[in-house]
Design a protein around this ligand. Sequence first.
Ligand code: CP
Length: 315
Amino acid sequence: MRNPQLNRNGELTHLLSIEGLPRAVINHVLDTAASYAPLAENEVKKVPLLHGKSVFNLFFENSTRTRTTFEIAAKRLSADVYNLNINASSASKGESLLDTINNLSAMQADLFVVRHASSGAPHLIAQHVAPHIHVINAGDGRHAHPTQGLLDMYTIRHYKKDFTNLTVAIVGDVLHSRVARSDIHALTTLGVPEVRVIAPLTLLPAGMESLGVKVFTDMAEGLKGVDVIIMLRLQNERMRGALLPSAQEYFKHYGLTQDKLALAAPDAIVMHPGPMNRGVEIDSSVADGKQAVILNQVTFGIAVRMAVMSIVAGA
Ligand code: CP
């Protein structure tokens, strides 16, 4: 079956998930983003690639980084941007998701950026809209957060240059993390030889090894010699029942402190998609330390989201 994100020529027309994307498509996004990154230094940061296009940001879940950087990215591409206030929209009166989409499409939408608590919502929208409308998944349930995965790859490539000699550790609440899934698919597609996940058993989905990763429940063992550490937030809002004794106990075993960071390669970088919970998954001295590239990830996210929007729109 054809990948629903690619057109008949194998070009990206929606971005719904990193799973199944060819390496060449991922590299095209990263290379395009690298060509946009220097714009940030210009007095005028805009290019006219999406001039006249209407981008609708539909965030049915809260967001700071993703929503704002999508808006900045769309404006830098000269698009007109509309941020639907979901709480004040007719979704709160019972209008269905697809009826909302139909009405926004009738307002000449060209591109929908969608975050939704339900896994698969962006796929549903992509199947429903007219062929000239593009859909970008900005995070759906536990399923995928493809632009976060792509900006994470951009960050790793920026600091480490070559994916094919790296050991990358993803640490924390893998069970509920759409970022972990997108990162794992991206890292394995780009040829990272060793991807580790480190978590307590209660926060690990079954069958992780089938994704091509090594599983560790011991943080010290898992961090030994790694080049990149991606920390994950405990997603309390997605947990059903108590999966951990307490946040303090979690920090003791899985929180990234300077002592634990010292087990990684001396030039290891520390990443986090945000929002961070200091003192739960990461100590402030690490989050603000010299190996952290967490705020750089946010900045790179603008160029990466510009790349994704311009590519899907064929600009
Ligand atoms: N990384 C991320 O998705 O952050 P936001 O929830 O703030 O968008």
